[in-house]
Design a protein around this ligand. Sequence first.
Ligand SMILES: Nc1ncnc2c1ncn2[C@@H]1O[C@H](COP(=O)(O)OP(=O)(O)OP(=O)(O)O)[C@@H](O)[C@H]1O
Ligand SMILES: [Mg+2]
Length: 267
Amino acid sequence: MNPIIRFQNVTKRFGALTVLDNFNFEVQRGEKVTLIGPSGSGKSTVLRILMTLEPFQDGLLETDGISYHEPNGRGPFKASEKHLHKIRCNVGMVFQSFNLFPHMTVLRNVVEAPVAVLKMKREEAESRATELLRMVGLSDKKDHFPSQLSGGQQQRVAIARALAMRPRVLLFDEPTSALDPQLVGEVLGVIRDLASEHDLTMLLVTHEMRFAREVSDRVCFFDKGRIVEQGEPERFFSNPQQPRTREFLSSILGEQEPIRESISCAR
Ligand SMILES: Nc1ncnc2c1ncn2[C@@H]1O[C@H](COP(=O)(O)OP(=O)(O)OP(=O)(O)O)[C@@H](O)[C@H]1O
Ligand SMILES: [Mg+2]
């Protein structure tokens, strides 16, 4: 089966800094994959490249069979808006800082992109948005503005907004790390529900190890632009092979006892 995400020898530099050096990585259709790793290792860069928010200098990338290079061979940074649009229709992203439109109500935040980008009829977009807001537990907030919501509620709107575009691949970049600990559980609960959808491919960057263990088909430990170790979560967490993975896990798990408890009593 063809992978839905395929990085082949992708190199990404910011000036003199090489963040990805011949990076190879594949995700299968419907797979739920977690990327963990130290700060500055390049995890967000991987997601931002997939979302077309960052160009890359070398290598090949495709999602759902569509290359980030244009068919006429122009480089990834020179792809036309029309081509980038095609890629963006497949990929959705949820950011650490929610990024909602502050001047729009919750409902409009979810409705705007399908109307503007997918040319969906407004009534249809509204009925779908209403359904998605119900799914994330926010039916009663649809006429509120983002500033009137808690961080956890804002993040749930952001998830509904990403889903409204019907992406095949959904990217999450530390979706709970800007939240107060007591709000983490409600957002993880929504993501956990989504993870049970077979067709949706999910790539998550998270520091919530217990959550990663629960929802992922595969956990990848990423450091300095490379995947150092990866595997099925049970084996990965109970028996990490690489010294760097062990070191990272013991540093992060040591900090997480209180958060773990808040997850177990969520929802
Ligand atoms: N726009 C940019 N311009 C220059 N350097 C950048 C830019 N974005 C990221 N970098 C650098 O690229 C490297 C990888 O950054 P990235 O944000 O992908 O790391 P990360 O693994 O997501 O870290 P964190 O866990 O802290 O979010 C870092 O050294 C960062 O400083
Ligand atoms: Mg990051």
